[in-house]
Write a protein that binds this ligand. Structure first.
Ligand code: UDX
Length: 437
């Protein structure tokens, strides 16, 4: 099939590459000419393992191309994905200006029957607005344009795997033609047994928010348990292992730490909360999830302050600035948030991250960037493990101790071996686990 993709960011580009891998002819378009120029020269605008190879395969096979001209991406397409940004407004509501603009573009340039697919996470009810925009802006009244919801379940750092081997494909449509078109788009996945869950559009839109809210709830539940464990002398890692052994609970997303970051959880919780109140339901639990998340990062800050007394003129190494390993994305990153709090408190902060350093420096100019973890550790009075990259998990702690001014470790992701800390004489402060003072 001919497929158009509007928006070539984290979601759009993975959508382009995976659909080309399924054998479709895909044209990706973006209003950011620099991004398109970069893609055309084979350079991705962000780090995502495996995406370089997958996009290159599509381009070499002649199934994937990029253009700044939306008409070229839409005119012969039977399906157009809208994968533009939906950032939170000040109110928390999702900003859907880019979504409306994309729909208008499709309506003006579609030359034949075309399914307009919501790939970006949007509040339920968006499809109604999209349908009206398509009606009003349609160039040719005879062209059949229909909205479909097909939310993405991509994790940054694992997006290629999540796109090529998804747990399920979720499709919300209003006609058999809509469902049939989506079955054709994902035929290779259906052939390998991936289930396609078919619902009405509002259901699909809402289910996406529900998934992210529940994943964030699991993380915040684990972080709340950490606060209790710290007071009870219990070990939250063992508690969640016990919980996760029950298949009704599942071990995933129960790792306590600095809290969740990334553009999805925070943004989707805000949008879901706003949407609920606009629908007349006070979904108070959603706000508690956010509160517990902020509490997790604040707790790590308090641990540093407790360990160092005054923070002025102290040097603190923050190892990990991306919101999670495997990405250079620093949006809502707890590690970067903590670095900012420490700078605010008068400390000197040396940050290290294998991929996200440039993005972090752009966000927090006062942050010192170290080319290696050991440079950050030199002379440090404390080190915070904030993103669990392998290079940070596998640090040589004996060398670290010799480099540091004080042997103090705040393990924001509970990835350092407490026995090693004890042997080397570190003061070790994990999250929700017994500390070594
Ligand atoms: C998430 C959802 O997983 C994905 O399905 C959705 O499409 C987009 O949002 P993503 O935000 O990329 O994906 O990453 P995820 O792996 O879910 O982690 C989100 C944040 O939670 C990260 O900051 C991570 O460090 C944190 N996290 C995750 C925890 O603190 N503990 C955990 O156990 C898991």
């Amino acid at each position: 099939m001919n497929v158009g993709v509007i928006g070539t960011g984290h979601v759009g580009l993975v959508t382009c590459a995976s659909l080309a891998a399924f054998g479709h002819r895909v044209v990706g378009t973006d209003q950011d000419a620099e991004k398109i120029a970069s893609l055309r020269s084979g350079r991705l605008p962000f780090h995502e393992p495996g995406l370089n190879g997958l996009t290159r395969d599509g381009v070499v096979a002649g199934r994937l191309s990029y253009t700044c001209d939306p008409e070229a991406a839409i005119e012969s397409a039977e399906a157009v994905f809208i994968s533009v940004g939906t950032p939170p407004r000040a109110s928390g509501e999702a900003n859907l200006v880019a979504v409306e603009s994309a729909a208008r573009t499709v309506a003006r340039h579609a030359r034949g029957p075309c399914v307009v697919i919501e790939k970006s996470t949007v509040p339920t009810g968006t499809a109604r607005h999209l349908r009206r925009t398509l009606e009003r802006e349609r160039a040719d009244r005879a062209t059949r344009l229909e909205v479909v919801s097909n939310p993405e379940f991509l994790r940054e750092g694992k997006a290629v795997g999540d796109a090529l081997r998804p747990d399920r494909i979720l499709v919300g449509a209003e006609s058999e033609w809509g469902f049939e078109t989506m079955r054709r788009l994902y035929a290779p996945l259906l052939a390998q047994g991936t289930p396609m869950i078919e619902t009405n559009i509002a259901t699909a839109e809402l289910a996406k928010h529900a998934c992210n809210a529940f994943l964030a709830l699991k993380v915040s539940f684990a972080n709340a348990l950490s606060r209790l464990c710290e007071r009870a002398g219990a070990d939250v890692v063992s508690v969640v292992d016990v919980m996760g052994a029950d298949p009704r609970i599942g071990r995933g997303h129960l790792d306590a730490g600095l809290g969740y970051g990334g553009s999805c959880f925070t943004k989707d919780l805000l949008a879901f909360d706003r949407l609920s109140s606009l629908l007349g339901y006070d979904f108070a639990l959603l706000r508690e999830i956010g509160k517990l998340n902020r509490e997790a990062t604040l707790t790590a800050f308090e641990k540093v302050r407790e360990a160092l007394w005054n923070l002025e003129d102290k040097r603190i190494a923050v190892l990990g600035l991306a919101f999670k390993p495997g990405t250079d994305d620093v949006r809502f990153s707890p590690g970067l948030e903590l670095a900012s709090m420490l700078l605010e408190a008068g400390a000197e902060v040396a940050g290290y991250d294998p991929e996200a350093a440039t993005n972090a420096k752009a966000e927090v100019p006062d942050l010192l960037i170290s080319p290696s973890p050991y440079d950050a550790l030199a002379g440090a009075h404390c080190v915070v493990v904030s993103t669990e990259w392998d290079v940070i998990r596998n640090l040589d702690w004996a060398t670290a101790r010799d480099l540091m001014s004080y042997p103090v470790v705040v393990d924001g992701r509970n990835v350092v071996d407490p026995c090693v800390m004890a042997e080397l004489g570190f003061a070790y402060l994990p999250m929700g686990r017994p500390a070594i003072l």
